[in-house]
Design a protein around this ligand. Structure first.
Ligand SMILES: [Zn+2]
Length: 106
């Protein structure tokens, strides 16, 4: 049982394209009931990932959430923008989930 620990799954941020451990990123999910912020990674469906950094979230929101639409493979509508706004508020208020690595705002 010479255990090589399984590597943490990696995802890339849709804002800055940086590849990071999935648990360090905030998720937006396309669920059966619509596009929702999923910071605790609990919802089913296709996900898009973002650094807990207001700049990344602002970048993903640009051009009617073009990056989010690309990641979720289709239209996201106002609920997609609302999901990004929700994550943005969490980050600026320091309400990101425990264990998520915050980027420093230099
Ligand atoms: Zn990023």
């Amino acid at each position: 049982m010479a255990g090589t620990a399984p590597r943490a799954p990696l995802r890339s941020c849709i804002g800055c394209r940086a590849v990071r451990a999935k648990h360090e990123l905030l998720r937006v999910a396309r669920t059966p009931s619509g596009v929702l912020a999923d910071p605790y990674d609990r919802l089913p469906g296709r996900g898009a990932y973002l650094c807990p950094d207001p700049r990344c979230i602002a970048s993903a929101r640009r051009r009617d959430a073009a990056a989010l639409r690309r990641a979720l493979r289709g239209a996201v509508g106002p609920e997609g923008l609302a999901a990004l706004d929700e994550l943005y508020a969490m980050v600026v208020d320091h309400r990101v989930p425990e264990g998520t690595v915050r980027s420093e705002n230099a």
